[in-house]
Design a protein around this ligand. Structure first.
Ligand code: FES
Length: 147
């Protein structure tokens, strides 16, 4: 009996998922498929929008309470790797002090994800840059409010 078109499509998708998992590892694969902390915060205390050299954009939103990150969300129009990196950056930022967020950089994101192919490592630096820019925006707002 020949397989239906649906069965064929399902098998093909499974094969693509397996190959992606093998090439990128579990940590990247799961965040690419079901990213955590993806979205926008309308009343963010700090936000950013950064476009990388590749043309992809990453946004970050921070809700700060008592010098700690109450909530961090990201959004990107970029590739699967940028989604995984944004997700990891947002995960790392949850509940952290403002000082601790300053330590979240591209290298740390890559390490936590188990690495990325060389040509996609810039996605981690785009995510870290957007997170740091949102933190800078928060400090700028604080300074303006106190003047
Ligand atoms: Fe540019 Fe992924 S290729 S962020």
């Amino acid at each position: 009996m020949s397989e239906t078109l649906d069965e064929f499509a399902e098998k093909l998708q499974e094969q693509i998922f397996e190959e992606t998992k093998k090439a990128y590892g579990e940590a990247v694969f799961h965040r690419w498929l079901t990213p955590r902390f993806m979205g926008a915060l309308p009343n963010a205390d700090g936000k950013s929008k950064v476009t990388g050299k590749c043309g992809d954009t990453m946004e970050f939103y921070l809700k700060i309470s008592g010098e700690r990150v109450e909530k961090a969300l990201f959004w990107t129009d970029g590739c699967g790797s940028s989604t995984a990196c944004g997700s990891m950056a947002a995960e790392l930022a949850q509940g952290k002090s403002l000082e601790e967020i300053a330590d979240i950089n591209g290298e740390l994101i890559l390490k936590k994800l188990g690495g990325l192919p060389k040509e996609e490592q810039h996605c981690a630096f785009l995510a870290a840059g957007a997170l740091q820019e949102a933190l800078r925006d928060y400090f700028n707002r604080q300074r303006r409010d106190s003047e």
